[in-house]
Ligand binder design. Sequence first.
Ligand code: MN
Ligand code: MN
Length: 293
Amino acid sequence: MYHHVKKLMYTVNIGEPDVRFGNMLLEQFGGANGELAAAMQYTIQGWNCVDDLGRRDLLMDIGTEELSHLEVVGALIRMHLKPLKTNRQAAEADPLVTIAGGGGVALFDSMGNAWTANYLKVTGELDVDLRSNIAAEARAKIVYERLIDHTDDPGTIDTLQFLMTREITHMKAFTAALDSLEKAPFSIGRLKPTPGIVDEYFNGSTGDGDEGDTDMRGPWESSFDLHLVESPMNGGKGLSVGEVNGKIAGEDRGRQDESQKATTSVADETLGKKGAGSSRAGNGRVATAKRGR
Ligand code: MN
Ligand code: MN
């Protein structure tokens, strides 16, 4: 059940309206990394999250807050777009909003692209969704930062600073929710990756470029058991697909990964919600359903 409270989550004041800036702000209203996308992504994930009532509550808390952010950024945009309604020169900053929308906010981004559900990342795999949410918060943060860089209006900066700050708050909460699942960091889903191949970093870009770029070394080639494999094109042996396919560790292929799955961890029983026990039963069911061989 939703209930609207006639109060903004953050009070919005601006000085002089800036219609071009108002148009840029639409990016956070109806854009790919905007507040509606965040609100819908977390809310839909939450509705689907029936076997982890703790994290479902988290998703609903933050999804609902994002809707409040949409209201705040919408109020800010309307104030900046106000001159569109009466001033021809101002109207040219956003003809779509002026002519089709009458100067009000609608679900378009700063370039007039219609909002789409394609922006949402909803996989139904809790840990995968939490990773998407952490990345979504990081994107929203950087968009707000760039918006702040393009206005001098103190009231506008004040509001954007609030919205930007909350993205980091959410990033912390989603990170804590992911960490507390106590999953091994590279254990995604049910199946194990193929041994051998999983640790091969393929050196797919080599030689020297016109901008001074060259074949560089970094921890991305050697951390987490990774090691560098050269392309056969450069005299290397390439990925060990021939050694692995159908030969090594055949019994490991398609086998269950024993790591903690993405559902309620034992510690969540302290949340005291009724579903904690049944969620663990649900986890066991998923773990054994398909891979008993
Ligand atoms: Mn937000
Ligand atoms: Mn957020």
